[in-house]
Design a protein around this ligand. Sequence first.
Ligand code: AMP
Ligand code: MG
Length: 404
Amino acid sequence: MRSVTEHQQVIADLIRPRPAQRRAPGDALGLVLAADVTATLALPGFDNSAMDGFAVQAADIASASAEHPVTLPVADDIPAGRTDIRPLQPGTAVRIMTGAPLPPGATSVVPVEATDADFAAPAPPAGQRVAIRTATTEGQHIRRAGEDVAIGTTVLRTGQRLTPAALGLVAALGLAEVDVLPPPRVLVMSTGSELIAPGTPLLPGQIYESNAVMLAAAVREAGAIAVTAPTVRDEPAAFRAALDAHAGDVDLIITTGGVSAGAYEVVKDALGGQVEFTKVAMQPGMPQGAGLVAGTPIVTLPGNPVSSLVSFEVFLRGPLRAAMGLPPDRPRISATLTEDLTSPLGKRQFRRGVLAGTTVTSYGPPASHHLRWLASANCLLDIPADVDRLAAGSQLDVWDLSTG
Ligand code: AMP
Ligand code: MG
């Protein structure tokens, strides 16, 4: 039997990143940069006012105080967005709003609160005078061009994940596109003649399809794009036809079911020779397969629901995330076991568990069809292949499924 680590390597070698893509910032949230972002624009782009108030020469109001205000004529009005800015004449004030370009010659801004002006009033300022009740220092309430970002600064680095703030910065710099690692498109296809879609009445012997729903969600949770195909019956020709319909337009195919030792193993029957079917020394999830179909990587997971999702965690989540430049592993914690446990010698066992702080308790039986327990577990206990019993109080590795 192949070890878990060996099969992980086989799958890691199969899944390669897609070439970098140029994307609009609005379409890049959560993706990882494939190139540095360097500013070709300064931020702020021009000297502007940090306050609603009056642009002045600080020297003109050096003597201003509450008792002895300095009164200046208001020569102009500059709302944000005005582009035709005339220089400030000494001995005058210019009404100015936050973010509006500072007139050349102005050396400070007086906030409206330190004046007798009423900005709520609709009257235009022309011909008005303003009484200023406080002096200002040179440069006060002015945002200088380039004080946030100077032209030529590398503001975001290759490998950095695009957060909302990073996307805002990209847009502020006027960039219509960024280079990112695009998420892989992953086809999820379940097989089994017993499977029918939820919402349809069950006949005796039929069950509802659950793996495709679950694995597509796991693909999305990992950050990739899930493409779902209709469930395929256990007929090799139908399975091949379904594969051929999709193989060209996805980056990875995941199938479930039809790979164990029974008869009617549709995936094995259809892909023998093309895909390497193997047994991995693990529980759950022993029957596995990996290979290429028409040049597209394919990973064939077992059909038992717990086996299929644990197999995704163990073999696929990491490589998919690595292909997107994301941290591949779930957080691993060394936790203290609260109970005695046994585990099959020679197989690495992934038991479902509940992690509370740094103590862990197994949750539900080890059987691979008990999905209920996995649905409310928050971790996997990673019990090494050469361990057959663990006493309460032992330390063991736990994969924290609640984050990452
Ligand atoms: P298989 O690997 O095809 O032999 O399936 C193993 C077990 O998993 C059987 O009990 C199947 O009915 C069940 N199973 C397989 N695929 C699915 C699926 N997509 N949804 C729910 N159960 C499944
Ligand atoms: Mg089956």
